[in-house]
Design a protein around this ligand. Sequence first.
Ligand SMILES: [Fe+2]
Ligand SMILES: [Fe+2]
Length: 318
Amino acid sequence: MDRFMSHHHLARDSRFKRTDNRNQLMQSIPEDVTEIVRIFEKIAPKIRERLAGTELEAVYDDLGPGFQFLIASGGRQSKGGHSPLQVKTQLHGIFVGEMQALEAAGRTVWDFPDSPWEFRMNMARQCWDEARHVQTFEKLIDHVGGEVGQYPESTFLFETSCHADPVLRVTGVNRCLEGLACDAFRSLIEYGKAIDDLKISQSIDFVLADELTHVRFGSEWSREFTSGDPDRAKRAKDFQRETEQAFSFTGRQLAREERLEAGFTEEELDEIERIDAKLPKREILVEAAEILRDRHRARGRGETLSQYQGPASDESNP
Ligand SMILES: [Fe+2]
Ligand SMILES: [Fe+2]
């Protein structure tokens, strides 16, 4: 069996549609509605192509290239601040993330036969947890009326683990991405409580307890691997910052209490908040997305932009 496998070789059955969907774009967009509209109209064909063959194709065709900012909240069907479509896409995204976390931890056990036995035991323990999480989220997708494979799968989590140095794997995946999962899980638990859905709030609470352990593995092993080696420590720190920047998103509430318990320092959490604060605010993104939607619909009606009179009064979010 080969060591250091590429994400291109992850095996999936025919239900899954792979997409190349890095989040880097958000880091480069300014807090300016007109500019956001211009950028998204330019990359619209690419966005549309990524969704081809999945259920998001119809959502794009209705709402246009800024659809992701419109499905995030609001709308007539929303409960607990989330639209049903957002909950389904988020649970699906987490489900594929859990699969890749299992695959990444499994590869780490295999790729570093000379690493400390305790390290490989921790990664093996993580595989066991992630396998359970895959099952939990598969059931939650079913619980909210979704289906495995209905949305595209981005392999960013596994890609973040594709490093020859194990310290980069644990800083990128265990600390950054599983830290980010703690934020998302904390907010989903609150959502489950707000809509009185015990299946969501309790099952994700169990998963969150495991993720804390995985983040802690990352904190402890990154310290252990870099002790007495300032160059390696700097590479790990730089990679952590780079990964935090690539995956930060607007409106995130840091699960500070959980992250502190898992080995993050107050300074590290403040730095993540500073990274998030540089992104355009939610209201700006929604405003741009509404313009994108109206122009997209006007084009669908065959109007030229000079005939376009602005948004119709009866427009609403899904
Ligand atoms: Fe997990
Ligand atoms: Fe995990």
